[in-house]
Design a protein around this ligand. Structure first.
Ligand code: HEM
Ligand code: FES
Length: 779
C-alpha cells in the first residue's frame, strides 16, 4: 500500500487489508471488520461496547462504508473530539442518520417540519451564548426543589404495583415518571402522555434509526405531528408569560434577546428537549435495574448499604449507558488516533465503547459499584456541550433505586429476552419484567418502611460515600505495638484482588478515615493490614487497637493505589522505616514473583517492634537487610545512594523524616527514580486566612469561575457542574489532577515530582491553587 501511504498525508494507514477491499475517503483500505460493521445489526444493538471490542483493541478509528461515518471507539480519542468543538462540530448531532426517502420528505414538508439548531447541535459562538443564558435552572438549589416531585411520582407508581408480585417496570413507570418530571421541569402542560411517548419513539427512529421505506413514511408522520404539537404547546405557553419552568426561561430570554434565543431555536428545542429530558433517563433507569438485578449479590449489597446508590447509578451509566454513541463532523482535515479524517468527515463516537476501554477503566466489563472513577464515563458527553440535565437524570435514577431497594429488596429479574428500538444512539430494554413475593414486602411488617427515605445531594457521587463493609477474621499482634488485621467479605465471597502499593481507607466511627497499606498475599480473597499504635496520633490507631476484634464489621474504602510499582525497571531498591514496611513487603513479594532483582532495606526502632521480620526472612532472606536501632544497626543512606543508576527505581515508605532524607539524598539521581508513599498531607489543607481568591477559566466548558479564599478549586468546579473525580482530597492520590493551560500554579500536593511541578501543566485540584490571579484549565 505504498501509494496509499503517499496519498495519506498523515503518515500512512495503520492497518493493511486485501487489495480488493473498499477504500475509505482518506485513501486507506477498509479492513474486513470495518467493512462488516453495521450498528443496526444485532451485535451492536444487543451490546455496543462488546460489538466494538475488536475496534478498541485493533483499529480504534475506522471508516464504516455502510454508515458513511468514521467510527471512534477508544476513550482518549473520543474525549479529544469532545474537547474541540470547533474542529469537531456538533452540527450533525440530530441529523437523520438514514436520509429520508422522497415519500418521507414529502410527509415532513406537509407538516412544515423545520427542526433545526437547538443547543446540542449548535456551533460556537451561538451555542455558548445561549447555554450561558439558560444555566440557572440547573444549579444544585434549583434542582433540589424538584426532588419532592420526583419522589412523589415514583411512590405513586410503586404503590400501584407493590402488592402485585409481577410487573414490567418500563411500562409501569420507567418511561412515564421521567416524562412527567421532564414536563414539570420544562413547565409544559401534561397532556396526552401516551401520544408523547409515541412521538419520542418516532423522533428516535427518525434521527438515529434505519427505518425501512414503509416505516419511513410512518415515522415521518409521527415526527411531523410532534413538530406541530410542539409549536402549538409553545404558542399556548407564550400566551402565559408568568409560568414556571425551563421553557418559560427560554421564552423570556427569547423576548429579551431574540438574536441569542431565536424563534426557530424555541420551536426546535421544544421538540428536542421533551425527548432529551425523558427518554435518556427512562432508558438509563431500565438499564440500571437490569444490570443490578441480574447480579443478585450486588443488588443485595445495595439494599444493605443504600449510601452506595449514587455510586451504583453512576457505575450503571458507565457500564450500560442510555446514550451509547454521539456525533460530530470534522470541519477540517484532522488526525484522530493516527488516522486522517478528511474535512467534512462524519464521526460516530461510540461512547459505550469508550466506557469499556481498559486504558481508562480497570476491569471495564465488570459492574463494580465501588469503582471510584465511574464519573469519568462519557454517557453525558463531555466539554462545553456536556449534558445540562445530568444532575436531574442522576436524581431520578437514585430515587427510583432508593425506593425499590427499600420497599422491594426481594425484587428479582424474570428470565426474558430483551428487545431494543433499533438505532445507533439511544439504548435501553423495551420491557423489563420483574417479580417478587408481596408476602415478603418489608412494609407489611413495618409500615414505616414505606415512607422512610434517604436523600442524596445533587451532583456527581461523592467518593467518601463509596464504602464497603468487611468482617474482621483475625486481629493479632504482628510485633510490639503493631496489630495485624485480616478482613473478609461478610457474605463469604472473595474480596477483589489488588496491586502492590494499594491501601484501604478504614472509616472510623466519626466518619474520618485512616489509610493502611495492604500487606498480605494479593489474590487470597481476603485483605490484610497492619496498624501501629501511635499514642501521639489523632486517635485512629488507638481506636483500631482498642476496638478491632475478630467478628467486628468495619467500613472501608478501596483498595486504591497511589503508590504504584512501575514493573518495567531493571532493578529496584526498596526502603522501609518502621510500619512503612506494609506497602514495601507487598512490593517485595511482587518483585520476587516477577523475578526482578531488588534490595530490601528495613529500619526500625527495635527488632521486637518490627513487623513481618519472620515472614521477610523466610521469603526474602537473601535480599533483606535489617537495621534494628536497638542493636546498633543503622541504615547508611549516604553510601546506599552514592552511585546513581539509571536502571534502578527506589520505592520507600516510612516516617516523613526518612522520606525527606531520601529526597535530599537522591537529588543527583535521574528524575523520577524515587517513589515514596506519604500518609500525611501537611501543607495541603486549606487555611482561608492565608489564601487569596483567584479566577479560573475552563477552556472546554467555556466558563469562568471564581475560587474564593475559603473554597478549594475542586469544590468550586463541582459547584459549577464540572465533574472531577477525587478521592483523598488532601493532595495524596492524584485522582483530581487537571490539566493547566495557562497561569502559575501554587502546588500543594505530594503526588507530583519536582519535574512535573516545574512543567506547570497540571495540578491537583483538591489542594493546589493559583499563585497569581488566574488559571486556565483544560476542563
Ligand atoms: C446534552 C445524555 C438527561 C438536557 C446531552 C448529550 C448527551 C446527553 C450525550 C450531548 C453531550 C455532548 O455533546 O457533549 C443524557 C443522558 C441523560 C440525560 C444519558 C440521562 C441519564 C437529560 C435531562 C435533561 C437533559 C434530564 C433536561 C432536563 C440536555 C441538554 C443538552 C444535553 C439541554 C444540550 C447541552 C448543550 O449542547 O449545551 N445529554 N442526558 N439531559 N442534555 Fe442530556
Ligand atoms: Fe487526592 Fe486530590 S483528591 S490528590
Amino acid at each position: 500500500s505504498a501509494t496509499q501511504r503517499t496519498t495519506n498525508g498523515a503518515g500512512g494507514c495503520p492497518f493493511h487489508a486485501a487489495a480488493e477491499s473498499p477504500m475509505a475517503p482518506n485513501g486507506c483500505p477498509v479492513s474486513a471488520q470495518a467493512a462488516a460493521f453495521d450498528p443496526f445489526d444485532s451485535p451492536y444493538q444487543l451490546d455496543p461496547a462488546e460489538a466494538l471490542r475488536w475496534s478498541r483493541e485493533q483499529e480504534p478509528v475506522f471508516y464504516s462504508p455502510r454508515l458513511g461515518y468514521w467510527v471512534v471507539s477508544r476513550y482518549a480519542d473520543i474525549k479529544t473530539i469532545f474537547r474541540d468543538n470547533l474542529t469537531f462540530s456538533p452540527s450533525i448531532a440530530l441529523e437523520k442518520i438514514t436520509p429520508a426517502s422522497r415519500e418521507a420528505q414529502a410527509v415532513l414538508e406537509r407538516y412544515d417540519y423545520g427542526m433545526n439548531r437547538t443547543l446540542v447541535n449548535e456551533d460556537e459562538p451561538a451555542h455558548m451564548a445561549r447555554r450561558r443564558e439558560l444555566l440557572e435552572a440547573f444549579t444544585p438549589e434549583a434542582l433540589e426543589a424538584h426532588a419532592p416531585m420526583v419522589r412523589r411520582l415514583v411512590r405513586e407508581k410503586l404503590d400501584a404495583i407493590v402488592e402485585r408480585g409481577r410487573a414490567d417496570l418500563v411500562a409501569e413507570m420507567f418511561w412515564e415518571v421521567p416524562l412527567t418530571v421532564a414536563l414539570h421541569f420544562l413547565g409544559v402542560p401534561e397532556e396526552d402522555m401516551e401520544q408523547l411517548r409515541r412521538f419520542s419513539v418516532a423522533h428516535t427512529l427518525n434521527t438515529w434509526g434505519r427505518p425501512s421505506p414503509e416505516q419511513q413514511v410512518e415515522v415521518a408522520e409521527g415526527v411531523g405531528k410532534f413538530w406541530q404539537y410542539s409549536g402549538q404547546v409553545l404558542k399556548k405557553m407564550q400566551k402565559q408569560p408568568y409560568g414556571h419552568g425551563w421553557m418559560y426561561d427560554m421564552i423570556e430570554k427569547n423576548r429579551q434577546k431574540p438574536d441569542v434565543v431565536t424563534d426557530n431555536y424555541l420551536h426546535s428545542m421544544m421538540m428536542a428537549i421533551i425527548v432529551a429530558a425523558h427518554e435518556t433517563t427512562a432508558l438509563a433507569t431500565a438499564n440500571a435495574f437490569r444490570q443490578l438485578l441480574s447480579r443478585p449479590a450486588v443488588w443485595a449489597e445495595l439494599c444493605a448499604n443504600p449510601e452506595l446508590i449514587p455510586a451504583a447509578a453512576e457505575e450503571c451509566l458507565r457500564h450500560s449507558g442510555s446514550v451509547v454513541a454521539w456525533r460530530r463532523i470534522a470541519t477540517r482535515e484532522v488526525e484522530v488516533g493516527g488516522v486522517t479524517i478528511p474535512e467534512g468527515g462524519k464521526i460516530l463516537m461510540v461512547t459505550a465503547s469508550a466506557n469499556h476501554d481498559p486504558a481508562h477503566f480497570e476491569n471495564p466489563d465488570e459492574l463494580d459499584i465501588y469503582r471510584d472513577n465511574a464519573v469519568d464515563h462519557l454517557t453525558f458527553g463531555y466539554g462545553s456541550h456536556q449534558c445540562m440535565g445530568k444532575n436531574l437524570g442522576r436524581m431520578e435514577m437514585r430515587i427510583f433505586l432508593e425506593e425499590f431497594t427499600r420497599r422491594l429488596p426481594h425484587l428479582e429479574l424474570e428470565e426474558q429476552e430483551f428487545t431494543f428500538l433499533p438505532n445507533t444512539s439511544f439504548r435501553g430494554p423495551e420491557a423489563l419484567w420483574v417479580r417478587w413475593d408481596p408476602a415478603q414486602n418489608p412494609e407489611r411488617r413495618d409500615p414505616a418502611v414505606r415512607s422512610a427515605q434517604r436523600d442524596f445531594p445533587v451532583g456527581a457521587p461523592e467518593a467518601r460515600t463509596i464504602v464497603r463493609r468487611v468482617r474482621v477474621t483475625r486481629a493479632e499482634p504482628e510485633a510490639e505495638g503493631v496489630l495485624g488485621v485480616n478482613l473478609a467479605d461478610p457474605a463469604g465471597r472473595d474480596l477483589p484482588a489488588w496491586t502492590s502499593g494499594s491501601h484501604l481507607d478504614v472509616v472510623l466511627p466519626g466518619g474520618e478515615a485512616r489509610k493502611y497499606s495492604l500487606c498480605g498475599p494479593p489474590t487470597s480473597g481476603d485483605w490484610q493490614i497492619a496498624v501501629l499504635r501511635e499514642e501521639a496520633g489523632r486517635g485512629g490507631s488507638r481506636w483500631v487497637h482498642d476496638t478491632v476484634r475478630e467478628g467486628l464489621e468495619l467500613r472501608v474504602r478501596g483498595p486504591k493505589n497511589h503508590f504504584r510499582l512501575d514493573e518495567t525497571a531493571e532493578r529496584y531498591v526498596l526502603i522501609a522505616g518502621g510500619i512503612g514496611i506494609t506497602p514495601i513487603i507487598a512490593m517485595a513479594d511482587r518483585l520476587k514473583r516477577l523475578g526482578k532483582p531488588f534490595e530490601l532495606h528495613y529500619a526500625g526502632r527495635a527488632r521486637a517492634s518490627m513487623a513481618f521480620v519472620e515472614r521477610l526472612e523466610r521469603d526474602h532472606g537473601e535480599t533483606l537487610r535489617l537495621y534494628p536501632k536497638d542493636e546498633g544497626a543503622r541504615l547508611d543512606l549516604a553510601s546506599l545512594l552514592a552511585e546513581p543508576d539509571a536502571g534502578t527505581l527506589l520505592y520507600a515508605c516510612g516516617p516523613e523524616r526518612l522520606l525527606a532524607a531520601l529526597e535530599a539524598g537522591t537529588a543527583h539521581w535521574p528524575q523520577g527514580s524515587l517513589h515514596v508513599e506519604h500518609f500525611t498531607a501537611e501543607g495541603a489543607l486549606l487555611d482561608p486566612q492565608n489564601e487569596h481568591a483567584f479566577e479560573v477559566e475552563l477552556a472546554d466548558s467555556e466558563l469562568v469561575v471564581e475560587v474564593a479564599a475559603d473554597r478549594t478549586l475542586l469544590q468550586t468546579l463541582r459547584a459549577a457542574g464540572v465533574d472531577v473525580p477525587s478521592d483523598c482530597e488532601e493532595g495524596l492520590c492524584g485522582s483530581c489532577q487537571v490539566e493547566v493551560i495557562e497561569g502559575e500554579i501554587d502546588h500543594r500536593d505530594k503526588v507530583l515530582t519536582a519535574a512535573e511541578r516545574a512543567g506547570q501543566d497540571r495540578l491537583m485540584s483538591c489542594c493546589s491553587r493559583a499563585k497569581g490571579k488566574k488559571l486556565v484549565l483544560a476542563l
